[in-house]
Design a protein around this ligand. Structure first.
Ligand SMILES: [Zn+2]
Ligand SMILES: [Zn+2]
Length: 234
């Protein structure tokens, strides 16, 4: 029985600890290692039935920290070759920007407890932002907030008379007639690392997008702002 592979969220948290507590200076009994082990066991990422006895235990967490040593040019100790491609990817994305790493790790830790476990088939893997599953899921929850979306559309309709995609100008009503009336998607524009548990979705956090633009902006890594995304369309 094998435990599931480490995901992006988990590796981000491990890398954040790596920079605070270099594995060459600590061991698996270190309180921070034990704390991360507990946190990883509580994350809403892996289904309970896929977790086995030693799932993310302190020993496994400590070994994961050691895996990052091979990516670290400042480490000159004995070679540790084992490791995954995703570890290398996470290292290359975040090691040079520790502030960003810290911000995302904090957001993941704070939001983990309010994000429900995934519903099968809900978010295809390719739509996961670089900030990982938990923050991607929270982004989806926020932009699907029925009351905020309803209010946003009402306000835009009152002001502009139409629900035009803020990126490409697509108008569902114009294209599809009555079927498209009142239809548009809302995208939450706040950076994922700024998401926190008790924020209410404000109207200015949402922008109107057509379904194509919304799917495409969700494929950008890191998530582009609307104005950056518009530049690509031009
Ligand atoms: Zn569009
Ligand atoms: Zn979105």
């Amino acid at each position: 029985m094998r435990n599931p592979k480490w995901t992006r969220d988990e590796l981000i948290l491990a890398l954040e600890l790596y920079f605070r507590c270099k594995p060459s200076k600590i061991n698996k009994e270190h309180p921070e290692v034990v704390r991360l082990s507990k946190l990883l066991n509580s994350l809403p990422i892996h289904p309970q039935k896929e977790k086995y006895e030693k799932f993310r235990n302190p020993n496994g967490v400590y070994m994961k920290l050691c895996n990052f040593l091979r990516c670290d040019p400042t480490y000159h100790g004995k070679g540790l070759r084992a490791g995954s491609k995703l570890e290398e990817k996470i290292w290359s994305e975040f090691a040079a920007d520790r502030e960003k790493l810290q911000k995302i790790a904090t957001a993941i830790k704070e939001c983990a407890s309010i994000v429900p476990r995934p519903i099968e088939g809900d978010i295809p893997e390719y739509e996961e932002f670089e900030e990982g599953k938990i923050l991607t899921r929270l982004h989806k929850i926020r932009e699907r907030s029925t009351s905020a979306v309803k209010k946003k559309k009402e306000v835009v309709l009152r002001r502009k008379g139409r629900l035009l995609c803020e990126a490409c100008g697509f108008d569902f009503e114009k294209k599809y007639g009555n079927i498209g009336k009142g239809f548009a998607e809302c995208h939450h524009i706040k950076p994922l690392s700024d998401l926190r548990p008790n924020q209410k979705t404000k109207l200015r956090d949402l922008s109107i997008l057509c379904s194509n633009c919304h799917r495409m902006i969700h494929r950008t890594k890191p998530m582009l702002s609307l104005s950056e995304f518009r530049k690509i369309l031009r």
